[in-house]
Design a protein around this ligand. Structure first.
Ligand SMILES: [Fe+2]
Length: 150
C-alpha cells in the first residue's frame, strides 16, 4: 500500500528563514522597540520556543521516517527563529509544554491530512502576528519564505 500524499514535508522545513548578520545586529541594537512591539516580539519568541518542543515531540511519534526528519528540521528552525527574537528582546523565556503534550495526542487521533494543514495554519497565524513588527528591522533578518506546500 502506498502512503497518502500528506507527509510532513508539506509543512516543509523553512517556511520562512531568518538571517542574522553582524551588520544587522549593530543596526537593530540602536533601534527603538516600543512596548507594544516588545509584547509582540516576546509572544513570538515564546511561540518559537514552544514549537521547538512540539516539533521534537512530533518527531518522536511520527510513523513515517521522512516525517520524523522534517519535524526534527522544523524544530531546529524554530530554535533559530527563537534565537532571532531573543537577540531583539534580550529576554530569557522558558518553553511551555502544552503543545509538546497535546500535539502527539492529536497525531494519534487525527489523520495527517487534517493535522498537518492545521499546524501550518498555526504557523501562518504566528507570522501574521509579528509581520508588522518585523518590517521595522533590516531586510533579510526576517526573510519570509513561506514554503509550506499544499
Ligand atoms: Fe518559527
Amino acid at each position: 500500500m502506498t502512503q497518502p500524499e500528506s507527509s510532513a514535508s508539506r509543512l516543509s522545513a523553512s517556511y520562512w528563514g531568518m538571517n542574522t548578520t553582524l551588520a544587522a545586529t549593530t543596526k537593530w541594537c540602536n533601534m527603538e522597540i516600543s512596548k507594544k512591539e516588545m509584547k509582540i516580539l516576546l509572544k513570538s519568541q515564546q511561540g518559537e520556543l514552544d514549537a521547538v518542543l512540539m516539533y521534537n515531540a512530533l518527531a518522536k511519534v511520527a510513523k513515517i521516517k521522512k516525517d520524523k526528519e522534517t519535524f526534527r528540521q522544523l524544530a531546529r528552525e524554530e530554535g533559530h527563529h527563537a534565537s532571532v527574537f531573543h537577540k531583539l528582546t534580550q529576554r530569557e523565556l522558558t518553553p511551555k509544554h502544552t503543545k509538546e503534550i497535546l500535539l502527539p495526542i492529536l497525531y494519534k487521533i487525527f489523520p495527517r491530512w487534517i493535522l498537518y494543514p492545521a499546524i501550518a495554519q498555526g504557523e501562518y497565524a504566528a507570522v501574521k502576528t509579528y509581520a508588522p513588527v518585523a518590517e521595522k528591522f533590516p531586510e533579510g533578518m526576517f526573510r519570509f519564505e513561506k514554503r509550506i506546500e499544499r
